[in-house]
Design a protein around this ligand. Structure first.
Ligand code: FAD
Length: 516
């Protein structure tokens, strides 16, 4: 269960302040901090908390330059901290520039906007006010002049310069610059539409628009679905040669040669493979569950629900479906308070494998192969499996909209070997799974929560550099899923996403290559 009592948990990517860490986080930090002082009982704070969480997700890439923190002033142990900072009303925001001294009480932000975009712009304004204490990780945000661009490759050791042409009051260029700050081999600068000589040299007609300029003098316009921040950042982060700091991309063929990995199975990155789904079944039923010698209470309920949704919705080969049905019937007949894993295993290995019902043994990752043994594999197939099941439940008109999600929730909570993953998933489930009232929203719920996890894990050690965590599906994979609000903010076209998911995870679309 969730350890923190306040409005935020560790999975929100917000630093949770306490008397123990407050000094080290706020003072003499190389990053600037924007801090929310709140009280759990204050309705405005509760109403503001989704915005604060969305902001944290939105500016995740900016963290080395500017980060978010929060402190619950309703918690008695935090009272003294809040009093010292002169907090009397909630929510209150205070900005702490990089390298703030321990005497600093922060700069109060009065009448702040309650939307992510306004808060983001405020943070940029504040970042720009640093002078000699400029946060070292923060790239220059000022506009670039023609002279600077002409001398750029003489004075900078990078191959690629991305120029965002825009009007003076636009924040896009600065936002993209910050979105790219954790990436190497590229520099982003903004150029104003009033730099007429550069504008005509580059042949710029639209503002904003983004151009690439390389060290051999070649100029090209960045192709994007929409001329907006999210689309520029996504496209620039994926340009050949641009890599996340500390995550060089070694070609897969070299990795295979240099390691003991099995043969690489070429696959289509935009498809689901039955071999992954069957491998997920094998691993969860024969490996993950085997750690539980006897299964009782909530765990037994979880197992029954899991096997039941598999029996109903797993879109497998007839022999696999038949196997799942056999296991399901056996489990439903177990009326005791407890079962032994060895009895369950006996059904899997003996009852099932004798007839035309088969649960293939062993794992053979295909679409979920990682470039190294410790990447991807099982967790990738768990997500894929449950996306497939939510879509199948929709196609088969399950009477219970939450059936598959609740089965996933309890399976993850009782058995998923990655315990921090289980805690994070449970906190998302507690927050909003109850709001799922239709089979379509169940499909979308899992998609959007998976994207939250992707956002949180992007750039982490566990991320395979060959399969970076993105907000999925990408604009290339599903152009119609992506839209733009009037303000220039990215938006998901949920109806299109639903259509896309229903096709992507449909049984007819699953590839059967490499099946044993
Ligand atoms: P995955 O994220 O595993 O995705 C698999 C495939 O699904 C992708 O290749 C893509 O084709 C597709 N996909 C991607 N995004 C979406 C989406 N939004 N909707 C539909 N399909 C999508 N790891 C941690 O380090 N910390 C955690 O807290 C954590 N929590 C987890 C919780 C759960 C319930 C699960 C199943 C896994 C969790 N993991 C966690 C593991 C992590 O999410 C990844 O599964 C793992 O790092 C492997 O990543 P991957 O690149 O194979 O892609």
């Amino acid at each position: 269960l969730i350890a923190e009592a306040g409005l935020y948990t560790a999975s929100d990517q917000i630093i949770i302040l306490s008397p123990e860490n407050v000094d080290s986080v706020l003072f003499n930090s190389s990053a600037a901090l924007l801090v929310e002082f709140y009280a759990t009982w204050c309705g405005h704070c509760v109403a503001f908390s989704p915005t604060w969480k969305n902001l944290a997700r939105d500016i995740k890439e900016w963290k080395p330059a500017v980060d978010l923190a929060a402190i619950d002033c309703a918690d008695e142990s935090n009272r003294k901290v809040c009093t010292n900072f002169g907090i009397t009303g909630y929510p209150a925001l205070k900005f702490f520039p990089a390298y703030s001294s321990s005497e600093s009480r922060g700069q109060e932000f009065r009448g702040f906007s309650r939307d992510v975009r306004g808060l983001r712009h405020y943070m940029i304004n504040k970042l720009e006010m640093h002078n000699e204490t400029w946060p070292p990780a923060c790239p220059p945000l000022e506009t670039a002049s023609e002279a600077e661009i002409d001398n750029f490759f003489q004075t900078n050791n990078v191959k690629l310069l991305a120029l965002v042409f825009e009007s003076k009051d636009s924040y896009v260029g600065r936002e993209v610059t910050l979105d790219l700050l954790q990436y190497e081999n590229i520099v982003v600068r903004r150029v104003l539409d009033t730099e007429t000589s550069l504008v005509s040299r580059f042949g710029v007609t639209d503002f904003p628009s983004c151009y690439l300029y390389n060290s051999s003098g070649h100029i090209s316009r960045l192709k994007v679905l929409n001329e907006a921040r999210t689309f520029y950042s996504y496209a620039l982060q994926r340009l050949p040669g641009v890599v996340r700091t500390g995550k060089p991309q070694i070609p897969i063929t070299d990795l295979i040669k240099n390691s003991t990995l099995q043969e690489w199975r070429p696959f289509n990155k935009t498809r689901v493979y039955m071999s992954d789904l069957e491998s997920a079944l094998h691993y969860s039923l024969r490996v993950e569950l085997s750690g539980h010698i006897s299964i009782s209470g909530d765990d037994l309920i979880a197992l029954k629900k899991y096997i039941n949704v598999l029996a109903k919705y797993f879109p497998g080969r007839p022999s696999v479906k038949s196997a799942l049905n056999t296991v399901d019937s056996w489990l439903q007949q177990q009326k005791g308070l407890e079962i032994k894993y060895s009895d369950f295993r006996d059904v899997l290995d003996n009852t099932v494998q004798t007839s035309d019902a088969v649960l293939p043994e062993g794992v053979q990752w295909v679409g979920c192969q990682g470039s190294q043994a410790h990447f991807r594999g099982y967790p990738c197939t768990v997500w894929t499996l449950f996306h497939v099941l939510t879509v199948q439940a929709k196609e088969m008109s399950s009477p219970d909209p939450q059936e598959v999600l609740q089965a996933m929730r309890s399976y993850v909570s009782s058995f998923f070997g990655c315990r921090p993953c289980a805690t994070h998933f449970e906190s998302m489930a507690q927050e909003s799974m109850d709001h799922v009232t239709s089979l379509s929203t169940a499909v979308l719920w899992l998609w959007s929560r998976h994207n939250r996890v992707n956002n949180r894990l992007a750039g982490e050690l566990s991320e395979d550099p060959h399969f970076p965590k993105i907000q999925w599906p990408s604009p290339e994979l599903c152009p119609s899923c992506h839209g733009l609000k009037k303000t220039g903010e990215h938006s998901w076209n949920q109806e299109e996403v639903l259509t896309f998911l229903r096709n992507y995870f449909s049984s007819a679309h699953i590839l059967t290559d490499y099946l044993q």
